[in-house]
Write a protein that binds this ligand. Structure first.
Ligand SMILES: [Zn+2]
Length: 302
């Protein structure tokens, strides 16, 4: 399928809008046409999405050059072992998460999420695996979806394993901390905000209503591993697919990269849409540099 000329012209100018999206100079017309051909040929597309998709909804990522949190701040994400070991760390984490929640939970899907949902509806997309924990794919209505690193909109008890809605926990936080308030900085990809340690000392953290256990976002923290059954499930979906498309991920984390390795072993056709370099560039037959929302919006699914 040939792309209309007017679309190609739109995407040859330098683009820089939302503050969390890295500068992106040029998506060339030839790459867009090759991506169109790639999508047209695929009948059971396996898609992996990452933080680059959510930056266009206003959620910063950790790794983007210049604008990611690693570049802009000295903040690093919560480590799993530290969260489990230290009540003080949990208090700090939840206090910040409590403050960041209203903004973090209000983000909305952008055109990239919507296009992927439409591809699912039309039978083009076989399965979508996301490394994001922001629920934007499910907000867009995606059903054939695995949230590889969990979802910040759910909470799990480390004692009994019960899963509950993060929104309900917000109500409990408010009830336990009626007079607590702070001034804050920006919101991180997992809903964390920047506040001083002394400000969290009086913050009260609820425990599981069933068993009194420790509550944790149902998110894979750094240093933790993705559930084996989930990994196997995704490998099975990959095996049923005929092409792999990566959108908005540098694939630096092995949990997602492993599926590209499996795709490479099977000689599957791989395309990548991302602004920067990725760990799997050598496995892809096509690399398109550009903003996910803008690139995907001009690709026809049929
Ligand atoms: Zn429990």
């Amino acid at each position: 399928m040939r792309l209309p000329r007017r679309f190609l012209a739109l995407h040859t100018a330098p683009v820089r809008r939302a503050s969390f999206v890295p500068a992106c100079s040029k998506t060339d017309a030839n790459s867009l046409q090759l991506l169109q051909d790639f999508v047209s040929r695929a009948s059971r597309l396996f898609v992996i999405s990452g933080a680059g998709l959510s930056t266009e909804s206003g959620i910063p990522d950790y790794r983007s050059e210049g604008v990611g949190l690693y570049a802009r701040t000295d903040r690093r994400p919560m480590q799993h072992a530290e969260f489990v070991r230290s009540a003080k760390s949990r208090q700090r984490y939840w206090a910040r998460n409590f403050v960041g929640w209203p903004q973090f939970s209000s983000h909305q899907p952008n055109s990239a999420h919507q296009v992927l949902q439409q591809w699912e509806q039309r039978g083009k997309l076989h399965w979508l695996v996301t490394q994001n924990v922001d629920a934007l794919h499910s907000k867009a209505g995606q059903k054939r979806l695995t949230e590889l690193h969990g979802c910040a909109h759910r909470v799990m008890c480390l004692g009994c394993g019960a899963i509950s809605a993060r929104e309900e926990l917000q109500t409990r936080f408010v009830a336990l901390n009626p007079d607590w308030s702070v001034q804050t900085g920006g919101v991180a990809p997992d809903g964390d905000v920047f506040i001083e340690d002394e400000q969290v000392l009086n913050f009260r953290v609820p425990s599981c209503e069933n068993c009194g256990g420790i509550l944790k976002p149902e998110v894979t923290f750094f240093g933790d591993t993705v559930n084996k059954a989930t990994v196997q499930f995704v490998h099975d979906r990959l095996r049923e697919s005929d092409a792999v498309l990566v959108v908005g991920s540098s694939l630096q984390v092995y949990s997602g990269y492993r599926f590209l390795l499996a795709a490479g072993d099977r000689k599957m056709s791989v395309a990548i849409v991302n602004i920067g370099s990725t760990r799997a560039d050598h496995l892809a037959k096509l690399k398109v540099r550009g903003r996910c929302g803008e690139v995907l919006s001009i690709i026809q699914s049929l």
